[in-house]
Design a protein around this ligand. Sequence first.
Ligand SMILES: [Zn+2]
Length: 205
Amino acid sequence: MLKPVLLFTLVLAACTRSGAPDLSAYSGEHESLSRLCGNPALLGERLDDISQGQCRIDNPVLVHVVAGVELSTPATLNCGTANTLANWVQNDAQNAVKSLRSRITSMRVLASYACRTRNSQPGARLSEHALGNAIDIGSFKLANGTKLSIEYDWRRTDREGQAIRALVDSACGPFGTVLGPDSDPFHYNNLHLDTAKYRSGAYCR
Ligand SMILES: [Zn+2]
């Protein structure tokens, strides 16, 4: 009884290891995804308009892949923010990790759309998350296996620490607000990026 099962397992293992395994696996998975916001770098699903009290997004999108980088959890964003994310990943974020001689292949998303106030504090102003303008990223995974975590690698003094701080710096400008562990205790483990515009320029801490 065990033999056919073992054989089947071996055949399966051989299949997944032959050829270009990652790409073939991904392309199959991504076939069902649409190009979003007229941007070939954005793959995912279109969603119905969101309207919950003060929280709203017109033409929201559920982004799965950004410029070839997988999101651990698909992110609900408006098109303006999704496009900003794509441009940042493609141009600035990949450039920021070049010193590690690798590329970002996935990002861990901790939050995107959420109908709540800033930092979920009662009485606080409506969060940019409630308008589809914001995404929180916990970590970045590179093709060479390196993981850059906001929580654990932020204060490292080595190349990895420099790379993650370069990554965060590179978001300032493309995004109007960039909040990391140095901003406040709410961001000890995540990088908050949003596209809210301020007359005084980008706010990055
Ligand atoms: Zn946030």
